[in-house]
Design a protein around this ligand. Structure first.
Ligand SMILES: [Zn+2]
Length: 101
């Protein structure tokens, strides 16, 4: 039996967020108008397409945007991260402006 000996490039960039590096990274915390706390991390663009919850449009690969997740999640940071959402930067910033009244 021939065994494949192709070496895997372990240093290849990982598109997914990794919990530890996120928590240590340049994540800022924002308090929204409703009092909820959110961790927000700007990303330079990924190689996947995401759907922005703000405008329900797609975020194309390579477009800089933000990733946000609840910072006061009941089950802790890892659970919160697993529910993170990708937003257009403008949609995230416009979020507070859309409250009724
Ligand atoms: Zn959007």
């Amino acid at each position: 039996m021939a065994r494949k000996s192709r070496r895997r490039p372990y240093a290849e960039p990982h598109p997914e967020l990794d919990v530890e590096s996120v928590l240590r990274g340049r994540t800022r915390t924002e308090t929204r108008a409703d009092g909820s706390q959110w961790a927000v991390r700007p990303v330079q663009g990924s190689d996947k397409t995401y759907r922005c919850p703000g405008c329900v449009q797609e975020i194309a690969p390579g477009v800089a945007h933000v990733v946000a997740w609840g910072d006061d999640h009941l089950f802790g940071a890892e659970a919160a991260l697993s529910e993170r959402r990708h937003w257009h930067t403008a949609c995230w910033q416009a979020r507070d402006r859309r409250r009724p009244g």
